[in-house]
Ligand binder design. Structure first.
Ligand SMILES: Nc1ncnc2c1ncn2[C@@H]1O[C@H](COP(=O)(O)OP(=O)(O)OP(=O)(O)O)[C@@H](O)[C@H]1O
Ligand SMILES: [Mg+2]
Length: 504
C-alpha cells in the first residue's frame, strides 16, 4: 500500500504546526521523519492516523483520497500507530489490550474476542520473535516489552503501514537493537514503516528514505548514507557539536555522602544493596547500568521518595534521611525524574505554573504569602527563551507541548534555582540533537558553579561524555566507580555483571 500526503496543513489556533507538507511512503520501506522538538512530527502522524482533521491538503491511499474521519478509518485502511506516549491499560493483560484496540474499528475486525485476541498475540509474537505472553499483565512488563505489545496491537489490525513515534526513547540499547531488527523484518515482509527518532544512529541503521521537517515545513530529504553531522544540521538549521566540550573538573569538598543505603521492595527483596559513595561539589558522577539495576531506587532513596530500610544520606553535612520530601528538595536539590509525564509535570497546568510547582510560595514568586503573577510570568518567559521551549506562550498548558518541549520545561524548572545537588535521570530523553547540546552545557555549568551532580543515563555515550567518574550499577549494587576514559568493552562487561561473577 502506497501512501501520499499532499499539502497537509494543520493549525492550532493561530499556530501552524504543519505547513503544506508533502510526503510519500512506499510499501516495503522505512521512512524516517526527522526534526527538532516541536517541528510537527507527532502532529503530522496524528493527522495521518485520523486523530486530527487536516485544515488543508489530502491523504491518498493507493492514489485514492482516504477521507479518514477518525483512527477507526485509518486502522481499517491498514494504518497502525504506536504513539510517543504509550496508550496501554496497565491493569489489563496483553490480549485484553489488543482486543480493546480493535473496538474502534468498524467492520469485521470488531468481532475479535478474547480467545482470538490471545491467538493473534501468540501468532504475531512467534512470527517476529517478540516473546510476549498474551496473559501477562501489562504493568508487570518491562518498557521494552510494553513497546512490543503496542506493535502487536497495531499489527493485529493487519497494518500495512506502521507509524512508530519515537519508539526507542525509553528503550535500553539492547531493546533498541531488537526493535530495529523487528523494523527491518517488517519492511522485508512488505510493511511500510514511518519511524520518528532523535537518534541519528538508528536512522542510519534502518532508514531507506529520510524527510526532515523544521517549524512545520519540509526542509529537505536525505539519503541514509548522510553523516550524523549532515542530518543534525539539516534538522536544526545550524552546525551541532556532537561531543561535550568540558573543562577539567575542580572538585571541592564532599557534598553528598551516601552510606550503606538499602531499599527493599514490597516483598522485602533488596532493590538497592548497601550502597555507599560520595560526590564532591563541582563533580559529575554518572551512573551507568542496564535499566532496572537499582538506578531508580538509588535516586528516589536519596530524595526520600521511597522508604529506605537502612543507611543514611547527608547533603553538605546535614542528614536528609527522614526529612519530608519538600524540605529535602528545598535544601538545594534539583531533580529531573526519568518519567516526565508521570512525575515531572501537571499536563493541565500552564507552562508558567509548571515552572514553579514546588516553589510558588518562595521568593521571588510570592511575597508575604501572596503570589505575584507578573513575576511568575516574566520568569517563565525568561526560562522559555533560555531553554528554547517551542510554544505559543507561557500560558499554554504543558500538555499541549511536544514531548521534547515538555522535557525542556522540567529541566528549566530544576536548573533555575541555586543547587547544591542535581540528580538528573535520563536528562536528554526525547530531546533533539540541538537541545541535547544545550542541556549538556547547562549540566556542566551547574557543576562548575559548585553543585554535585548525579546523572543516570542508559545511553553510554551520554555517561562517557558527561562523567568525571562513572559508577556502574548491577543488581542493586555499585560494582565499581571508574574514570571516564575506561574503555567501553570494560564498562559493558561491568554492566553485564562480569565483576560479580569474578568475585563469586
Ligand atoms: N493539542 C495541541 N494544542 C496546541 N498546540 C499543539 C497541540 N499539539 C501540538 N501543538 C504544538 O504543535 C507543535 C508541534 O508539536 P509536535 O508534537 O507535532 O512536535 P514534534 O515534532 O513531535 O516534537 P517532539 O520531537 O518534541 O516530540 C508544538 O509546538 C506544539 O506546542
Ligand atoms: Mg513528537
Amino acid at each position: 500500500m502506497r501512501l501520499e500526503l499532499r499539502g497537509v496543513t494543520k493549525r492550532f489556533g493561530d499556530f501552524t504546526a504543519n505547513d503544506k507538507i508533502d510526503l510519500i511512503v512506499e510499501p516495503g520501506s522505512v521512512h524516517a521523519l526527522l526534526g527538532e522538538n516541536g517541528a510537527g512530527k507527532s502532529t503530522l502522524m496524528n493527522v495521518l492516523f485520523g486523530l486530527y482533521d487536516a485544515d488543508e491538503g489530502e491523504i491518498l491511499v493507493d492514489g485514492e483520497p482516504a477521507g479518514f474521519k477518525g483512527p477507526g478509518d485509518a486502522m481499517a485502511a491498514g494504518i497502525g500507530m504506536v504513539h510517543q506516549h504509550f496508550m496501554l491499560v496497565h491493569p489489563f493483560t496483553v490480549a485484553e489490550n489488543v482486543m480493546l484496540g480493535h473496538e474502534e474499528v468498524r467492520g469485521p475486525a470488531k468481532l475479535l474476542d478474547l480467545g482470538n485476541a490471545r491467538k493473534r498475540v501468540k501468532e504475531i509474537s512467534d512470527r517476529f520473535g517478540f516473546h510476549v505472553d498474551p496473559d501477562a499483565v501489562v504493568e508487570d512488563l518491562s518498557v521494552g516489552a510494553q513497546q512490543r505489545v503496542e506493535i502487536i496491537k497495531a499489527l493485529s489490525q493487519r497494518a500495512e503501514i506502521l507509524i512508530l513515534d519515537e519508539p526507542t526513547a525509553v528503550l535500553t540499547p539492547q531493546e533498541t537493537d531488537e526493535l530495529l531488527a523487528i523494523v527491518k523484518q517488517l519492511r522485508d515482509s512488505g510493511t511500510a514503516v514511518v519511524l520518528i527518532t532523535h537518534k541519528l544512529r538508528e536512522v542510519q541503521a534502518v532508514a531507506d528514505h529520510i524527510t526532515v521537517i523544521r517549524r512545520g515545513k519540509v526542509v529537505g530529504t536525505a539519503l541514509p548514507t548522510a553523516s550524523q553531522e549532515e542530518l543534525a544540521s539539516l534538522m536544526v538549521g545550524r552546525d551541532v557539536s556532537m561531543t561535550v566540550d568540558k573543562p577539567e573538573a575542580k572538585p571541592g569538598d564532599v557534598m553528598l555522602e551516601v552510606e550503606s543505603l538499602t531499599v527493599l521492595d514490597e516483598f522485602d527483596h533488596p532493590q538497592l544493596r548497601n550502597v555507599s559513595f560520595n560526590v564532591r561539589a563541582g563533580e559529575i558522577l554518572a551512573v551507568a547500568g542496564v535499566q532496572g539495576n537499582g538506578q531508580t531506587e538509588l535516586t528516589e532513596a536519596i530524595l526520600g521518595v521511597v522508604p529506605t530500610a537502612a543507611g543514611t544520606v547527608k547533603l553538605d553535612g546535614e542528614v536528609l534521611t527522614g526529612k519530608k520530601i519538600k524540605d529535602t528538595l528545598m535544601s538545594g536539590i534539583g531533580f529531573v525524574p526519568e518519567d516526565r509525564t508521570e512525575d515531572g509535570l501537571v499536563a493541565g497546568f500552564s507552562i508558567a505554573n509548571n515552572l514553579i510547582l514546588d516553589i510558588y510560595d518562595q521568593a521571588p514568586y510570592s511575597k508575604g504569602g501572596v503570589l505575584r503573577p507578573s513575576v511568575v510570568v516574566s520568569e517563565a518567559e525568561k526560562n522559555v527563551e533560555q531553554f528554547d521551549v517551542r510554544t505559543t506562550g507561557v500560558h499554554a498548558t504543558a500538555g499541549s507541548l511536544s514531548g521534547g518541549n515538555q522535557q525542556k520545561v522540567v529541566l528549566a524548572r530544576e536548573l533555575s534555582r541555586p543547587l547544591k545537588l542535581l540528580i538528573a535521570s535520563q536528562p536528554t530523553r526525547g530531546l533533539d540533537v540541538g537541545s541535547i547540546e544545550f542541556v549538556h552545557k547547562r549540566i556542566v555549568q551547574e557543576r562548575d558553579n559548585g553543585a554535585a551532580v548525579i546523572i543516570v543515563s542508559s545511553e553510554l555515550d551520554e555517561v562517557v561524555a558527561l562523567a568525571d567518574r562513572i559508577a556502574v550499577m548491577y543488581h542493586g549494587k555499585i560494582v565499581d566507580i571508574v574514570p571516564p576514559d575506561t574503555d567501553r568493552d570494560t564498562l559493558g562487561l561491568m554492566m553485564a555483571g562480569a565483576h560479580e561473577e569474578d568475585a563469586a
